[in-house]
Design a protein around this ligand. Sequence first.
Ligand SMILES: Cc1cc2nc3c(=O)[nH]c(=O)nc-3n(C[C@H](O)[C@H](O)[C@H](O)COP(=O)(O)OP(=O)(O)OC[C@H]3O[C@@H](n4cnc5c(N)ncnc54)[C@H](O)[C@@H]3O)c2cc1C
Length: 354
Amino acid sequence: MNRPEVVVVGAGIIGLVSAYELAREGRAVLVIDPTPGAGATYAAAGMLAPGAEYVAGEDENFQLQRSAVARWRTLSESLEAVTGQLVTVHEVGTLLVGFDHGDRLGLTQTHDLAVAAGIDVSVRRRSEHPDSFRHLNDRLTSGLFYPGEAWLDPDEAVAALTSAISALGGAFLAARVTATAEETQSIRLSTTEGDVEAPCALFATGAQAPPLSLSLEHSVRPIRGVTMRCDGVDRFGLPMVRAVVRGRPFYMVGREGGHCVVGATAQEAGGDAIEVGEMRRLLTDALDVVPPLEVAAWTQTRVGHRPVAPSGVPFFEHQTGARWAWSSGHYRHGVTLAPLAGQWAVDFVREVVS
Ligand SMILES: Cc1cc2nc3c(=O)[nH]c(=O)nc-3n(C[C@H](O)[C@H](O)[C@H](O)COP(=O)(O)OP(=O)(O)OC[C@H]3O[C@@H](n4cnc5c(N)ncnc54)[C@H](O)[C@@H]3O)c2cc1C
C-alpha cells in the first residue's frame, strides 16, 4: 500500500477488529505486526462472560462488557457478509461452581453481589439440570447459572478478520515498529522493513507499550496466562464451566468434537517460560473439577500476556491534537471488548482524518 490512511500497529484481536471496522468505513488500512494473532489473543479461551467474571470494584469494566455478546453477533454477521466466514458465537451460558465448603460460601456472596449489580443469575441444581453438570465432580451438586453468556474461537475470529481486512482492500506488513515521529500532517513509523507514513496511527500492541518517545498517560504490564487444549471430554453445547477451587479460579470451555480449553493460570510476569508450579496448580484444579480429564489427551499449551493497566480498566489514549492513539489495557476481557475497541478506533480516525 503506497499511502495508507491509517496504520494499525498490532494484529491481536484489538488491532484486527479495529482495522476491520476502519476498512469497513472505507479507510485505506495498513496493519503492521511481525507475528499476527500470536499474542494474548492466541492463548485466550474466547469467553464472553461479563456476569460470571464480575468482581466487586470492577463495575466500570463490567458496564463496558455488558453488550459484548450482541456486539459480537453483529460483527460476526458483517464478517460473514464480507467473506462468507462466520465467527460462531456459542450462547451456552456459564455455570459457576465452588469446589470446597469455603469456595461454596464465597459463591453466596458472589450471587448477592451479582444481583445487586443487575446481573441475570440464578441457582442451578444438578438434580434439576444434570446435563449442565455432565463430567463434573459428583461433589458439585449446585452452582450459579448466568444465561446469555457465550464463547467464540479466537483462532476463527483472527482468520475471518484477516480475510475480511484483505477483502476490503487492507494490507498487512510483517514487521515490528521500532520508532515513531509525528510530523505536521502525518506520522512516520520506522519498522524493521522500512519507513511507513500515514495521516494517523493506532497502536494496539497488547501488553507491550507502543514505541513512542513521549510521556504517555497510561501504562500496561503483562499478566501471563496459560491455557491447555485437551481432547476427549465432550461438553460441546453445554454451559462454560467456571469454578473456584480452594480460592483459585478455573474454567473449561467445551468445543466441538470433544475438544476443550482449560484455563487459566495468572502470573504477575512477562516471559514465555511456563513454570512447573503454575501448571501443577492448573492440572490439580482441572482434575478436581472435571475428573474425566484424567484420561483426556493433552494436545496443546498456549501462553499469552494479558495487558493490564493499573486501574484494571481498558483505555483508549488519544492526546489532544495527536495523530496517534493507543488502545490497550483489556486485561482478561480483550476478546469480549474487541467490538467496543473497534468503535473507539473508528471515532478516533473520524476525528483526525476528515
Ligand atoms: C490465558 C488467557 C486467557 C484469556 N481468555 C480470555 C477470554 O476467555 N475472554 C476474553 O475476553 N479475553 C481473554 N483473555 C484476554 C485477551 O486475550 C486479551 O485481553 C486480548 O487478547 C488482548 O488483545 P490485544 O490485541 O490487545 O493484544 P495481543 O493479542 O497480545 O496482540 C498484540 C499484538 O501486537 C503486536 N505488537 C506488539 N508490539 C508491536 C510493535 N512494536 N510493532 C508491531 N507489532 C507489535 C504483537 O506481535 C501482537 O500480535 C485471555 C488472555 C489470556 C492470556
